[in-house]
Design a protein around this ligand. Sequence first.
Ligand code: BTN
Length: 292
Amino acid sequence: MAGEKGYTYRALDLKEIQNQLHTRFFANDDRLIFVPIIDSTNIRAMQLARMGAGEGTVVLTDSQTAGKGRLGRRWVDVSGCNVLSSTVLRPSFPPYLLVMLASLAVVDAISETCDVVATIKWPNDVLVGNRKVAGILIETSHDHNGQLIAIMGIGVNVNGYPLQKSADEIETSQDEYLPGTQATTLETESGYTVSREALIASLLQHIESSYLALQQEAQETVATAQGSISRLVREQWRNQLSTLGRPIQVRQGNMLLSGVAEDVNDDGELLLRDHSGNRVTISWGDIGYPTT
Ligand code: BTN
């Protein structure tokens, strides 16, 4: 079947994922759920989690009809070309560490699978150069026992070409206000077709290993995840941030702030030095890299 600009795609090969997967239990056996077309893998994963699905349950699809992006936006895909995955987690550590863990896992999986160098735009967009190749949406809730549920949704633009937005989408998309937020795909960046199955297997291995290490640390220290594993995750995430040290624009709803991204604090918040010399702590928003 032909996708964007004639790209030929095929359905996700679950056997191939299972062959390449070396996780302890993430996505093993009935923890791997594939639905060819779905509204949103995050929606399905949250439903399953509320019904008691265990951590490490992974929902995959070839296409979403109502993919969810950050800050209430839509996440649009080209059928059969992307990684669209949601993982059920029940973290005993603060969710901001999941943001770091997920973006690091995507960067590492990309580097292992297709030798493309990716970086992180605060807080968790994954870029190649100045173009976005992957997005992460972490949604939280509580189950009937009051235990925290987190759904880690990851969308990676793998094969084909970047989606051209319709005029209507461009008009309503906040991304378009911000330079440095156009999309790319791994195929565009590497010059060859990339195995979605290999990327998924690598991604899940990275997620599982960091998640289990953080869970163990949280349970041992019975504290707010201040141990050495969480410190390492923070440091690795900070080192991968392409945002630090450069002029940025921050969009928060209708408000636009600008200045220099100086650093991040222990909770992952961004510390912006604005043009009046004030240090502003940014806990949410979209970052753009001005071109002039
Ligand atoms: C962003 O806005 O950058 C986050 C995009 C997250 C998209 C992924 S695709 C798989 C999962 N299911 C969803 O509906 N959204 C996430």
